[in-house]
Design a protein around this ligand. Structure first.
Ligand SMILES: [Zn+2]
Length: 322
């Protein structure tokens, strides 16, 4: 498992994959709604976990697979890359002694979307909404989650030392959410990008501005790394990040044309021909990204509520994908 200046090829199968240099990626194919990736970075005496998973069962399975490593190098820190539940709802299962880190903005945003709220949506009386929530979140069990908040928050950048090894956590958001951190391991030429990178699935811009996300992609592409572990999808290299940038630029340009022509955001999302990007999974996410593009173009536009966005994505799937 030697990394000689090129990224290693890692099978896209469920479970823990060694990346070399004391790094592992935990992958959950096919990377669709809620099926996120996580990472483990081992130092001499302890380890750093990058993100937990969407529910307790998934997170417990992951921690069990990590046991051969964490038995001798226990998890001393956890970084939540951002506030989405598929990256932090399993936090309560990390050992008490571990310090959980997140940015101030991500920790704030976590409070707005507790598991109980997502759980309540599952019994929504509105059939259209329930249909989409069932598709996106039906596989996950939010009911027993009590949650655990970050212990330490930071702004901008944080360095965590694992013995000799330096791990740099850097906020490149707001983009996908209000704050999106990458976890960079310079000595292993590897970065865990959280949801700034989706591979094989459609990126979704909950927060924007979209121009800040494309800038984040450029920043990641300039890092001195070979291996990129995305938030969803197979392990990639810089091409994977540049593909995300290309998708976002495409959607923003198409949205702008329609905004200037006086179309509303919903109509615009349905009207855009995805072309080469129609291959990406969960293309209904364009509904959210176009809404965000319209807000970038008109900052006075109020933030759309998530329930409406879920319902509209359901309508998109019905109309376009079935
Ligand atoms: Zn995610």
């Amino acid at each position: 498992m030697v990394n000689c200046g090129e990224r290693m090829s890692v099978d896209y199968t469920k479970g823990l994959h060694e990346l070399g240099d004391g790094l592992w990626a935990y992958l959950q194919p096919r990377g669709q709604w809620g099926y996120s990736n996580a990472g483990l970075i081992a130092g001499d005496a302890d380890s750093l976990l990058v993100d937990t998973l969407f529910d307790l069962k998934l997170t417990a399975d992951m921690l069990e697979q990590m046991r051969p490593i964490t038995r001798t190098r226990p998890i001393g820190s956890l970084v939540n890359t951002h506030a989405n539940g598929d990256h932090c709802y399993g936090n309560e299962l990390v050992p008490e002694r571990a310090t959980i880190y997140a940015t101030v903005a991500a920790a704030e945003e976590m409070k707005e979307a507790p598991p109980s709220r997502l759980n309540a949506l599952k019994s929504a009386p509105d059939a259209e909404l329930a249909d989409f929530v069932g598709y996106a979140f039906g596989d996950f069990d939010f009911s027993p989650i009590t949650g655990r908040d970050p212990d330490e928050t930071f702004d901008g950048e944080l360095t965590v030392s694992l013995g000799e090894r330096r791990v740099i956590v850097r906020d490149l958001g707001p983009a996908h959410t209000l704050s999106d951190s990458i976890v960079l391991v310079p000595s292993a030429r590897t970065v865990f990008t959280g949801d700034l990178t989706f591979v094989g699935g459609t990126p979704i811009a909950w927060a924007g501005p979209i121009s800040n996300w494309t800038k984040a992609c450029e920043t990641i592409a300039k890092l001195d790394v070979d291996t990129i572990v995305p938030g969803h999808g197979p392990v990639t290299d810089k091409q994977g990040v540049l593909d995300v940038k290309r998708y976002l630029e495409f959607v923003f340009a198409e949205a702008r044309q329609r905004y200037e022509a006086g179309m509303d955001a919903l109509e615009a999302a349905f009207d855009i021909d995805l072309g080469e990007f129609s291959e990406l999974g969960d293309s209904e996410r364009i509904v959210v990204t176009v809404e965000t593009a319209f807000r970038d173009l008109d900052p006075s536009r109020p933030v759309a509520d998530r329930i409406t966005l879920f319902r509209t994505m359901g309508a998109y799937r019905k109309r376009k994908l079935r």
